[in-house]
Design a protein around this ligand. Sequence first.
Ligand code: AMP
Ligand code: MN
Ligand code: MN
Ligand code: MN
Length: 282
Amino acid sequence: MIDLHSHSIFSDGTDTPEAMALAADACGLTALALTDHDTLAGLDRFMAQQPRVAALLVPGIELSCRFMGRALHMLGLFLRHADPLLATRVESMRIRRLERNQIMVRRLRDRGVAITWEELALEAPTDLISRTHFARVLVRNGAAGSPEDAFRRLIGDDSPCYVPFPELRPSEASAWIREAGGVAVVAHPGRGFPRGFRWDQAMLDLKTQGVQGFEAYYPDYGPLEQRYFLQLAGDLDLVPSGGSDYHGGNKPGQNLGVGRGGLHVPDDLLGRLSALATPARP
Ligand code: AMP
Ligand code: MN
Ligand code: MN
Ligand code: MN
């Protein structure tokens, strides 16, 4: 069993990279990828644990993109995470996110919702602030009854105080990933897009933009959806991937490896994905 999608305190998870690396063995994983949103900051600490861990630790990222007017997430797996060009590119995401966050705080406050920049900074364990941290502050301040309520009424993708960032095109994200030796994989297709969205057509377009695979295994998928995406990957000659999208305490009940219990990403995908990576020449 492998898990190629997870988050630490360096984006919107609650576990340290070290704890996650060690948990890979405890959970019986053959491989675990750390894929924090728009940052490489946790990867040195994660990869430093490799000598202590039997599971293969995979350096990754989850980049925020826009595609057909909606938010699309792109995973980069097997990155050369110390690559200087990648670092510069990802730094531009930090700035875009910071500006986006400042606009969101203003929008919320303009609507009379209680939230301050200082509260957000205190809420986030590292300097990356995500909507997950917005939701926690909104709940604490009584502006929302639960994180779900905060996303539904205020900060979700179709809510008034959401500000989309950062207009990264899928072609750009896949170039950033592949030029750093990694493999470009669309995260959780089927999420955040309208029902009936033509993923067969969209994935063909994304393939021309450099995408090499997509998640066919994801905790939210039912058996039919999983089967659909596995079939689509075969039809389009793209590699299926998958993972738990673990966020620690920020997504309770969504566990490493098994997701909500029924997830099982088969080991043989690891070799197919890593064969597409271009590691640094020794
Ligand atoms: P951001 O990257 O700051 O825009 O925040 C996006 C993160 O918020 C996602 O990675 C999820 O972890 C979380 N998120 C987005 N939509 C929802 C939702 N409807 N319910 C709970 N969490 C969500
Ligand atoms: Mn997240
Ligand atoms: Mn995502
Ligand atoms: Mn994720």
